[in-house]
Design a protein around this ligand. Structure first.
Ligand code: SF4
Length: 260
């Protein structure tokens, strides 16, 4: 019973957080530049451990030379590497891009597949990349994108007790309405960059402070939502800004997945 109440409380709090984030960040769109699903797939692979801004500087030249899956599949590896070098980890990324495009050509007639299980067979594509592609290229909410910001904020907000992306994603899929799965991630990423950064969260300026068990600004959680921690509805053991979240959650701020 207590577990049910706790889940209900978390859901209510997550919905209130979603409402506030929508007001604060009305425009939740992918900021990677692309003209087709395969270009979005490539840009998302490039965005690992790199800013979206940097990816957008690299992709115009890349997509001018190699605009589609057949062209990328047949591109000389060294040329790909030199075109994407500044995004970091360029050797792996070039191999993944080429391998993914070769499989898209061989198995999917040159078109990016629209099913999660098919996308996950492509080299270099895990759930995070697949979620971004499905949501922004095809309008399909198959899951919740969990990047470093979503991990950190979801944990600090007490909406998960997990640190593994797939467990966090599962928790969020239970709490957030499906139509909002992707825009939840984008807005959380905005908020992570603007206010709740990894090293120094600005709790005194945070519109979620009264909903956040990790806040240093207000210790009393909002009585207007069901998630306020009581003896019956304990919040998870979230780390506060003074007691930093685990290293696997508190990552650098510069990584992007399709957000400005
Ligand atoms: S209150 Fe502080 S820890 Fe909580 S989400 Fe806002 S900035 Fe982050």
């Amino acid at each position: 019973m207590a577990i049910l109440r706790r889940t209900a409380g978390r859901r209510q709090r997550a919905l209130e957080i979603l409402v506030r984030l929508k007001k604060r960040y009305p425009d939740a769109r992918c900021s990677l530049d692309y003209a087709s699903p395969v270009q979005l797939l490539v840009a998302t692979i490039l965005s690992a451990q790199c800013t979206d801004e940097r990816v957008n500087q690299v992709t115009p030249a890349l997509f001018t030379q190699f605009p589609d899956a057949p062209a990328l599949a047949a591109a000389p590896l060294e040329t790909l590497e030199s075109l994407i070098r500044s995004t970091g980890f360029y050797r792996n990324k070039a191999r993944h891009i080429q391998g993914a495009c070769q499989r898209i050509v061989a198995e999917y007639s040159g078109q990016v597949p629209r099913r999660m299980e098919d996308l996950l067979t492509l080299p270099g594509v895990a759930r995070k990349t697949a979620n971004v592609v499905l949501a922004h290229a095809f309008g399909i909410n198959a899951g919740v994108t969990v990047d470093t910001h979503v991990k950190r904020l979801t944990y600090r907000l007490g909406l998960t007790t997990h640190t593994e992306p797939e467990r966090i994603e599962r928790d969020l899929m239970e709490l957030i309405p499906r139509p909002d799965w992707e825009n939840w991630s984008i807005r959380l990423i905005y908020h992570g960059r603007a206010v709740c950064n990894a090293r120094k969260p600005l709790c005194s300026e945070c519109l979620l402070a009264d909903l956040c068990p990790s806040s240093t600004h207000r210790v009393d959680l909002s009585p207007s939502v069901g998630s306020a921690p009581t003896s019956e509805t304990p919040v998870p053991a979230v780390a506060t800004p003074e007691t930093p979240v685990p290293a696997s959650v508190a990552h650098q701020d510069s990584v992007g997945v399709g957000t400005p």
